[in-house]
Design a binder for this molecule. Structure first.
Ligand code: 1PR
Length: 557
């Protein structure tokens, strides 16, 4: 069997992660960028990956003359695997892009998830249930299993009724179905030589690598395990998603010029003794690999200072992403410096170009901090409308909302009377130094150095409108304190947006993770210092949460 895998490349987002996963499994990747490439006539395995916008993806397939050659490939009976928008393109169309027709190999359209009771996009690890065409116990979905979790990131899906599911199964399709709160959609399909997943196997840890490996080796059939794991003591989350744990690495150059992981207390990263040196807690790539192997559901890198004295393409963080993406098969986020920049020689680069470099290096999401504040201020100054030019808007337009995180750095401000304040306030359970009963959270930028006339709620709200897909919600008061998360802040922001929120700042022990999921509706919880100092592993946190009955992903494939 050939060890070469052909991958269709229509420049759609992060092909790097997929090609890293394929290389990790011992196969070679060849990209096909045009339907006229003769390789399409002879290749033995084909992958059709896609992220972002359905219409953009299908238009690119047309523009690069892929449609007919793809049909011929499929009719020839050779195996093809679609991923994410690569699955979506097999359907007739999508609500996301009216009037654009997909390949129509599967019936019906994609629809947007409703936002009435859940965060959209769906971002996180969900489980599936199998629906096989007959009473056969042969699972022909390349080892996709009901006892594993897979990583989903999407707003549109092939949402189907029970009747429609039965009809697909009657037509011979094997299905993996996922239920996101109240909507059941096609998470994977297979029939004959066609196989496709809505989730990202290349970002689903060992469970996902196993699916890719099975496809590449042609191991289609697995026996369905009849015994299901005992989940009776584990919660059933409303959304089906596991409690997502993010490990965060604040990265900067130290005074010796080395790139190190550091960690501050209320954003101060210098040692109190040791001549005030920058705290050096280790090397970014090594630490990311450690957290991946401990079971982190995501790894975030934040470039916390501008260490640019070189052209943007030589940024050391790009190399960090490139290396980490080769061995960490979970989503990677990078933040810090995502904005329009100028090289030392005067060459200008848009934020979209900067983000593209990171996506091509292996990042799945970019996180925007200071520039998100600027964009939100612009939004309010422009009668609650974006100008269409902010990095949030341009990156979200090109790569999808799910690829744009905003990082919020707020500080608690006490006030005596909410009428004094034009921002969203709450009655706090922790009164201020002069007995103030109310507070709001004032937004900062530039790592807390610049204070803005804006509240955290207003910032998150505006950024969602501009196209952000997730909020990384830090809290300067809590950062490095090991005293637990600020529930009041988290609840306040979570109530103001429909996109997912990652709670950050203050985690000091596993109980804090249990607490934040039990006391807020956060979608994910982030930890930094307690992992870096070696006090707890990510797996300690997950084991603890599991003992407490919380649903977590443990990747023990
Ligand atoms: O403004 O777009 O260039 O992005 C800069 C990014 O760097 C922002 O995401 C900002 O939050 C971050 N940042 C800037 N300065 C600091 C600093 O610490 N001096 N770090 C900084 C922010 C906060 C969290 C931290 C949690 C958890 N780090 O990510 O990891 O508070 O810590 P804990 O669990 O140890 O309490 P731009």
């Amino acid at each position: 069997m050939s060890s070469v895998v052909h991958v269709i490349d229509v420049n759609s987002g992060n092909l790097q992660s997929l090609s890293n996963a394929i290389a990790f499994l011992g196969f070679q990747v060849r990209f096909i960028t045009n339907g006229n490439d003769p390789a399409l006539q002879t290749c033995e395995k084909l992958i059709l990956p896609g992220v972002g916008n359905f219409g953009h993806f299908v238009k690119e397939l047309h523009a690069r003359e892929f449609i007919e050659p793809l049909r011929k490939y499929i009719n020839s009976g050779r195996p093809i695997m679609g991923i994410c928008v690569g699955l979506q393109a097999l359907f007739e169309g999508s609500e996301e892009s009216q009037g654009i027709r997909g390949l129509s190999i599967l019936p019906g359209d994609l629809k947007k998830f409703n936002t009435s009771k859940k965060s959209v996009p769906q971002i996180g690890w969900n489980s599936i249930s199998l629906r096989l065409p007959s009473s056969s116990d042969a699972n022909s979905l390349y080892g996709i299993s009901e006892d594993k979790f897979y990583y989903f990131v999407h707003s549109y899906a092939a949402i189907r009724t029970q009747e429609q599911i039965d009809s697909l199964a009657n037509e011979g399709w094997s299905l993996a179905l996922c239920t996101y709160f109240d909507e059941t959609f096609v998470a994977a399909v297979s029939k004959d030589n066609i196989f496709a997943t809505q989730f990202h196997p290349e970002k689903s840890g060992l469970a996902g690598l196993k699916v890719i490996q099975s496809f590449l080796n042609g191991n289609r059939y697995f026996t369905v395990k009849l015994e299901k794991p005992d989940l009776s003591k584990i919660e059933k989350t409303e959304t089906g998603l596991t409690r997502r744990i993010v490990a965060c690495l604040d990265v900067r150059t130290n005074d010796q010029g080395d790139l190190v992981v550091t960690k501050g207390d209320q954003y101060d990263v210098r040692e109190k003794s040791d001549a005030g040196n920058v705290r050096n807690l280790g090397k970014p790539v090594e630490m990311a690999e450690r957290y991946y192997s401990q079971g982190a559901d995501e790894v975030t890198f934040l470039n916390i200072t501008s260490f640019r004295n070189s052209p943007i393409k030589d940024l050391p963080m790009l190399e960090v992403l490139r290396l980490a993406a080769k061995t960490c098969f979970v989503p990677l986020t990078v933040g810090g410096g995502i904005r329009d920049v100028v090289d030392p020689d005067g060459t200008e680069h848009s934020a979209l170009e900067v983000a593209s470099m990171y996506f091509h290096a292996g990042a799945d999401k970019v996180s925007i901090g200071s520039d998100a504040v600027r964009a939100a201020e612009e939004y309010y100054a422009n009668n609650n409308q974006g100008l269409g030019t902010s990095p949030i808007e341009t990156i979200s337009e090109a790569y999808g909302a799910q690829a744009v995180v905003i990082s919020v750095d707020p500080k608690r401000k006490y006030i005596s009377d909410p009428k004094e304040c034009k921002y969203k306030t709450i009655k706090t359970s922790v009164p201020g130094p002069s007995g103030e009963q109310y507070c709001y959270y004032q937004v900062t930028s530039q790592g807390g150095r610049k204070v803005h006339e804006l509240g955290a709620v207003e910032l998150a709200f505006a950024c969602e409108k501009l196209g952000a897909g997730e909020v990384l919600l830090n809290c300067i008061d809590k950062d490095g304190s090991n005293s637990g998360y600020d529930f009041e802040l988290i609840n306040m922001v979570k109530n103001a947006v429909t996109i997912p929120v990652i709670a950050s700042s203050g985690a000091g022990n596993p109980q804090h993770f249990v607490d934040v999921f039990q006391n807020t509706k956060t979608d994910a919880a982030l930890g930094a210092g307690m992992f870096h100092r070696g006090e707890y592993k990510v797996s300690d946190v997950k084991d603890f949460m599991k003992k407490d009955g919380l649903l977590v992903r443990i990747d023990d494939t």
